[in-house]
Design a protein around this ligand. Sequence first.
Ligand SMILES: NC(=O)c1ccc[n+]([C@@H]2O[C@H](COP(=O)([O-])OP(=O)(O)OC[C@H]3O[C@@H](n4cnc5c(N)ncnc54)[C@H](OP(=O)(O)O)[C@@H]3O)[C@@H](O)[C@H]2O)c1
Length: 360
Amino acid sequence: MTEADRRYRVIAWGTGAVGTELITTIIDHRPDLEIVGARVYSADKAGVDIGTLVGRGAIGVAASTDVDTILALDADCVLYTPRNTSIDDVCALLAGGKNVVTTAFLFHPQRTAPEDRERLLQACRTGGTTVHGSGLNPGNLSGVLPLALSGMSRTIEQITLQERADWSVYDSTSITFDNMAFGRPVADISPTGTEFLAFNSAIFTEQVWLLADALHAGIDEVTATVDAVPAESDHQIFDRILRAGTTAGQRWNWAGRRDGRTLVEIETLWTVGGEYPKHWPRPRHGWTLTIEGDPSMQTHFFSLASFSRDVDMAEHVRSANVATAMQILNAVPAVCAAPPGFATAATLPLIRSHTGFNNR
Ligand SMILES: NC(=O)c1ccc[n+]([C@@H]2O[C@H](COP(=O)([O-])OP(=O)(O)OC[C@H]3O[C@@H](n4cnc5c(N)ncnc54)[C@H](OP(=O)(O)O)[C@@H]3O)[C@@H](O)[C@H]2O)c1
């Protein structure tokens, strides 16, 4: 059997917005992947067929809330997309012989907290497995794309990725309100303000280190700062109300610095509620990547469900989930083939669409 004929047994750990795109893609487009289990968190999803859960026909495999049931399954790879991550669970999966691809964290585990890094590495060695974190951003746009463009660079002076996103249209309000802390007092928003904000800041910090390490920037620190801006009036955001005076804008900046000079930078201009702070820059929606160097390059990225068809807003928004999900799903064979340990955009081969035009 050649690598191209190989079938992979996969587990979906998380069946939210991203997990649903993973599962529907496997059912609709990926005969080389077999879903053997799904880890769910909501009791009402337990025991439900995974196909039914995502609006497809039944596939004969039931979702489970029981971690031991999932750990006992025989699988090549786990598609790990929970809202909140667990190093314990990921280490158990890796040590048990299951590779892990995730959109949630571990984008550059070499730069994660040393105690976590050692535990993860030991689990990979025990199980002979590999873990890879990627997605849209963090992921392709802050890893794969800059590294790919750098192939045209003679020298680099500075890399900046600026993300402008209006999260009002993102229908996971548990992520925007509970995790990202929109609607909370402005004073709560800092790199250590809540457990999730600290976690989120750490993953973008890791992403800056990834580019800096891969491109020999020799930085000595990554700083994290944020400007949080209150709403002027109330806004209904799906099932929540964003109250006037609470956080409606977050401008984060992660700067990788060498001797105080910023060499690699990720900046986000995030809003919920449709107001826009007057003192912020006004880039186009999406992501603008600027590489200052020889030569200097700039590219702007945004995704839609279609540039030609008439599509509703919800589908356009969903396209970012598709992109996020595909970056890890397309990576499954490469991650399964990688040596045990950590795999990143800097170590894996270029991840391409498995299905593509589908005219084999
Ligand atoms: N790298 C990137 O570019 C990128 C982009 C988008 C998202 N993400 C990340 O990808 C992950 C999935 O995002 P999403 O939009 O799919 O989120 P989501 O729609 O909110 O769903 C996430 C999953 O979290 C599960 N969950 C519920 N309670 C939980 C708990 N206490 N602990 C852990 N998980 C719990 C849900 O399970 P039930 O459905 O069973 O309740 C659901 O399957 C998140 O970590 C998100 O931050 C990354």
